[in-house]
Design a binder for this molecule. Structure first.
Ligand code: CA
Length: 251
Protein backbone atom coordinates (compact mmCIF):
# COMPACT_ATOMS: atom_id res chain seq x y z
CA UNK A 1 0.00 0.00 0.00
CA UNK A 2 1.56 3.22 -1.06
CA UNK A 3 1.83 5.98 1.44
CA UNK A 4 -0.87 8.59 1.18
CA UNK A 5 0.38 12.04 0.56
CA UNK A 6 -1.37 14.46 2.81
CA UNK A 7 -0.56 18.12 2.55
CA UNK A 8 -2.29 19.93 5.33
CA UNK A 9 -2.17 23.62 4.82
CA UNK A 10 -1.72 25.85 7.80
CA UNK A 11 -4.15 28.43 6.58
CA UNK A 12 -6.95 30.04 8.57
CA UNK A 13 -9.47 28.69 6.11
CA UNK A 14 -8.13 25.22 6.74
CA UNK A 15 -7.75 23.98 3.24
CA UNK A 16 -6.90 20.36 3.37
CA UNK A 17 -5.37 18.73 0.37
CA UNK A 18 -5.28 15.00 0.29
CA UNK A 19 -3.89 12.82 -2.36
CA UNK A 20 -4.20 9.09 -2.45
CA UNK A 21 -2.38 9.13 -5.76
CA UNK A 22 -1.47 5.55 -6.52
CA UNK A 23 1.26 6.64 -8.86
CA UNK A 24 3.17 9.03 -6.64
CA UNK A 25 6.10 10.44 -8.50
CA UNK A 26 4.56 9.92 -11.88
CA UNK A 27 2.31 12.13 -13.94
CA UNK A 28 -0.18 10.49 -16.23
CA UNK A 29 0.90 12.71 -19.07
CA UNK A 30 3.92 14.86 -18.40
CA UNK A 31 3.09 18.48 -18.68
CA UNK A 32 3.91 21.91 -17.47
CA UNK A 33 1.21 23.57 -15.41
CA UNK A 34 0.78 27.21 -14.39
CA UNK A 35 -1.04 27.78 -11.12
CA UNK A 36 -2.41 31.30 -10.61
CA UNK A 37 -3.21 31.64 -6.92
CA UNK A 38 -2.51 34.49 -4.49
CA UNK A 39 -3.00 32.41 -1.36
CA UNK A 40 0.63 31.43 -0.76
CA UNK A 41 -0.10 28.48 1.53
CA UNK A 42 -2.69 27.02 -0.81
CA UNK A 43 -0.39 27.57 -3.79
CA UNK A 44 2.47 25.74 -2.08
CA UNK A 45 0.17 22.81 -1.30
CA UNK A 46 -1.14 22.54 -4.85
CA UNK A 47 2.33 22.82 -6.37
CA UNK A 48 3.62 20.09 -4.05
CA UNK A 49 0.74 17.89 -5.13
CA UNK A 50 1.33 18.56 -8.84
CA UNK A 51 5.05 17.93 -8.53
CA UNK A 52 4.46 14.70 -6.62
CA UNK A 53 2.24 13.66 -9.53
CA UNK A 54 5.21 14.26 -11.86
CA UNK A 55 4.13 17.54 -13.42
CA UNK A 56 6.32 20.60 -13.74
CA UNK A 57 4.48 23.41 -11.96
CA UNK A 58 4.99 27.17 -11.81
CA UNK A 59 3.01 29.75 -9.88
CA UNK A 60 1.86 33.28 -10.50
CA UNK A 61 0.49 35.21 -7.51
CA UNK A 62 -1.50 37.76 -9.49
CA UNK A 63 -3.12 38.30 -12.87
CA UNK A 64 -0.40 40.41 -14.49
CA UNK A 65 2.26 37.87 -13.59
CA UNK A 66 0.07 35.13 -15.04
CA UNK A 67 -0.38 36.98 -18.35
CA UNK A 68 3.37 37.57 -18.54
CA UNK A 69 4.26 33.93 -17.84
CA UNK A 70 1.75 32.55 -20.33
CA UNK A 71 3.40 34.69 -23.00
CA UNK A 72 6.88 33.52 -22.18
CA UNK A 73 6.59 29.83 -21.26
CA UNK A 74 4.97 26.82 -22.95
CA UNK A 75 2.30 25.70 -20.49
CA UNK A 76 -0.03 22.78 -21.15
CA UNK A 77 -2.58 23.69 -18.50
CA UNK A 78 -3.53 26.75 -16.44
CA UNK A 79 -5.21 26.48 -13.05
CA UNK A 80 -6.67 29.89 -12.34
CA UNK A 81 -8.08 31.28 -9.10
CA UNK A 82 -10.83 33.86 -9.62
CA UNK A 83 -10.15 36.03 -6.57
CA UNK A 84 -6.81 37.68 -7.37
CA UNK A 85 -5.39 40.88 -5.84
CA UNK A 86 -4.88 42.94 -9.03
CA UNK A 87 -7.19 41.94 -11.87
CA UNK A 88 -9.82 39.27 -11.39
CA UNK A 89 -9.35 35.75 -12.72
CA UNK A 90 -12.24 36.46 -15.10
CA UNK A 91 -10.28 39.32 -16.66
CA UNK A 92 -7.18 37.14 -16.95
CA UNK A 93 -9.27 34.48 -18.69
CA UNK A 94 -10.94 37.01 -20.96
CA UNK A 95 -7.60 38.54 -22.00
CA UNK A 96 -5.99 35.16 -22.60
CA UNK A 97 -8.79 33.95 -24.84
CA UNK A 98 -8.97 37.33 -26.61
CA UNK A 99 -5.32 36.97 -27.64
CA UNK A 100 -6.00 33.51 -29.00
CA UNK A 101 -4.52 31.50 -26.13
CA UNK A 102 -5.97 27.99 -26.37
CA UNK A 103 -4.27 26.42 -23.35
CA UNK A 104 -6.77 24.32 -21.36
CA UNK A 105 -7.85 26.23 -18.30
CA UNK A 106 -9.35 25.10 -15.02
CA UNK A 107 -11.00 27.76 -12.86
CA UNK A 108 -10.89 27.62 -9.06
CA UNK A 109 -13.83 29.34 -7.46
CA UNK A 110 -15.33 29.65 -4.00
CA UNK A 111 -18.24 27.32 -3.31
CA UNK A 112 -20.57 30.15 -2.38
CA UNK A 113 -20.14 31.91 -5.71
CA UNK A 114 -22.12 29.54 -7.85
CA UNK A 115 -22.62 32.03 -10.68
CA UNK A 116 -18.82 32.28 -11.03
CA UNK A 117 -18.55 28.87 -12.58
CA UNK A 118 -21.14 29.68 -15.24
CA UNK A 119 -19.35 32.94 -15.98
CA UNK A 120 -16.00 31.15 -16.11
CA UNK A 121 -17.24 28.58 -18.59
CA UNK A 122 -18.90 31.30 -20.67
CA UNK A 123 -15.58 33.14 -20.86
CA UNK A 124 -13.77 30.10 -22.18
CA UNK A 125 -12.70 28.05 -19.15
CA UNK A 126 -12.63 24.31 -19.85
CA UNK A 127 -13.57 23.18 -16.38
CA UNK A 128 -14.00 24.50 -12.85
CA UNK A 129 -13.45 23.27 -9.34
CA UNK A 130 -15.09 24.59 -6.18
CA UNK A 131 -12.95 25.46 -3.15
CA UNK A 132 -12.19 23.74 -0.88
CA UNK A 133 -11.52 20.76 -3.06
CA UNK A 134 -10.11 17.31 -2.79
CA UNK A 135 -6.63 16.85 -4.24
CA UNK A 136 -7.64 13.66 -6.02
CA UNK A 137 -10.33 15.54 -7.86
CA UNK A 138 -7.93 18.30 -8.90
CA UNK A 139 -5.43 15.72 -10.17
CA UNK A 140 -8.14 13.82 -12.07
CA UNK A 141 -9.46 16.96 -13.76
CA UNK A 142 -5.95 18.07 -14.66
CA UNK A 143 -5.27 14.66 -16.24
CA UNK A 144 -8.50 14.81 -18.24
CA UNK A 145 -7.76 18.31 -19.57
CA UNK A 146 -4.17 17.40 -20.41
CA UNK A 147 -5.23 14.30 -22.34
CA UNK A 148 -7.56 16.49 -24.35
CA UNK A 149 -4.75 19.00 -24.91
CA UNK A 150 -2.35 16.41 -26.26
CA UNK A 151 -5.03 15.63 -28.84
CA UNK A 152 -4.04 11.99 -28.79
CA UNK A 153 -7.06 9.70 -28.81
CA UNK A 154 -4.82 6.75 -28.10
CA UNK A 155 -3.32 6.83 -24.63
CA UNK A 156 -0.92 4.05 -25.62
CA UNK A 157 1.97 4.74 -27.99
CA UNK A 158 4.02 1.91 -29.48
CA UNK A 159 7.46 2.55 -30.94
CA UNK A 160 9.12 -0.70 -32.01
CA UNK A 161 9.41 -2.86 -28.88
CA UNK A 162 8.54 0.04 -26.60
CA UNK A 163 5.03 0.56 -25.30
CA UNK A 164 4.28 3.85 -23.56
CA UNK A 165 1.06 3.98 -21.53
CA UNK A 166 0.35 7.64 -20.99
CA UNK A 167 -2.67 7.11 -18.77
CA UNK A 168 -0.83 5.00 -16.23
CA UNK A 169 2.53 6.71 -16.77
CA UNK A 170 4.28 3.45 -17.43
CA UNK A 171 6.45 2.06 -20.17
CA UNK A 172 7.75 -1.37 -21.10
CA UNK A 173 10.16 -2.88 -23.57
CA UNK A 174 9.25 -6.36 -24.81
CA UNK A 175 6.91 -6.67 -21.83
CA UNK A 176 9.66 -5.66 -19.37
CA UNK A 177 8.42 -2.73 -17.25
CA UNK A 178 10.85 0.19 -17.10
CA UNK A 179 11.57 1.69 -13.70
CA UNK A 180 11.55 5.38 -14.50
CA UNK A 181 12.04 8.40 -12.28
CA UNK A 182 9.48 11.20 -12.82
CA UNK A 183 11.84 13.30 -14.95
CA UNK A 184 12.92 10.30 -17.04
CA UNK A 185 9.27 9.50 -17.61
CA UNK A 186 8.67 13.10 -18.65
CA UNK A 187 11.47 13.04 -21.22
CA UNK A 188 10.38 9.67 -22.59
CA UNK A 189 6.76 10.81 -22.81
CA UNK A 190 7.71 13.89 -24.84
CA UNK A 191 10.04 11.92 -27.13
CA UNK A 192 7.45 9.18 -27.64
CA UNK A 193 4.75 11.72 -28.49
CA UNK A 194 6.98 12.92 -31.36
CA UNK A 195 8.67 9.61 -32.24
CA UNK A 196 10.56 9.80 -35.51
CA UNK A 197 10.73 13.60 -35.30
CA UNK A 198 13.47 15.83 -33.97
CA UNK A 199 12.75 17.66 -30.73
CA UNK A 200 15.13 20.46 -29.91
CA UNK A 201 16.97 20.42 -26.62
CA UNK A 202 15.46 23.80 -25.70
CA UNK A 203 11.95 22.56 -26.27
CA UNK A 204 12.49 19.42 -24.19
CA UNK A 205 13.95 21.46 -21.35
CA UNK A 206 11.09 23.97 -21.43
CA UNK A 207 8.49 21.20 -21.39
CA UNK A 208 10.08 19.09 -18.70
CA UNK A 209 11.48 21.58 -16.20
CA UNK A 210 9.67 24.38 -14.42
CA UNK A 211 10.90 27.95 -13.95
CA UNK A 212 12.40 27.50 -10.53
CA UNK A 213 13.93 24.08 -11.13
CA UNK A 214 17.68 24.35 -10.87
CA UNK A 215 18.57 23.12 -14.34
CA UNK A 216 22.29 22.47 -14.72
CA UNK A 217 23.83 22.59 -18.19
CA UNK A 218 23.87 18.79 -18.41
CA UNK A 219 20.60 17.99 -16.63
CA UNK A 220 18.83 16.86 -19.79
CA UNK A 221 21.82 14.82 -21.00
CA UNK A 222 21.88 12.98 -17.68
CA UNK A 223 18.23 11.95 -18.06
CA UNK A 224 18.75 10.99 -21.70
CA UNK A 225 21.77 8.83 -20.78
CA UNK A 226 19.80 7.02 -18.07
CA UNK A 227 16.88 6.50 -20.42
CA UNK A 228 19.14 5.05 -23.11
CA UNK A 229 20.48 2.49 -20.62
CA UNK A 230 16.96 1.51 -19.59
CA UNK A 231 15.79 1.12 -23.18
CA UNK A 232 18.71 -1.20 -24.02
CA UNK A 233 19.07 -3.68 -25.55
CA UNK A 234 15.74 -4.14 -27.32
CA UNK A 235 14.05 -0.76 -27.13
CA UNK A 236 14.17 2.08 -29.62
CA UNK A 237 17.19 4.37 -29.55
CA UNK A 238 17.39 8.02 -28.63
CA UNK A 239 19.49 9.60 -31.33
CA UNK A 240 21.41 12.81 -30.76
CA UNK A 241 21.36 15.04 -33.79
CA UNK A 242 24.18 17.41 -33.06
CA UNK A 243 23.02 21.01 -33.02
CA UNK A 244 19.42 19.96 -33.68
CA UNK A 245 18.13 17.91 -30.79
CA UNK A 246 16.96 14.39 -30.02
CA UNK A 247 14.84 11.80 -31.78
CA UNK A 248 13.33 8.54 -30.53
CA UNK A 249 13.50 5.99 -33.29
CA UNK A 250 12.75 2.29 -33.57
CA UNK A 251 15.58 0.43 -35.28
CA1 CA B 1 -7.54 34.09 -4.16
Amino acid sequence: MRERLVARLSHPRNYVIRSACSCEGKGATMARILLVEDDAALARGIVALLKAAGYAADTAKNGEEALFLVDSEPFNLIILDIGLPDISGFDVLKRLRARGCKIPLLVLTARDHVTDRVKGLDLGADDYLLKPFDADELAARARALLRRDHGDPSPVVVIGNLMVDRVHASAEVCGRPLQLRPREWAVLDRLAAKAGEVITKERLISEVFSYDDAVGPNALEVHIARLRKKLEPDGPTIKTLRGLGYMLKAE
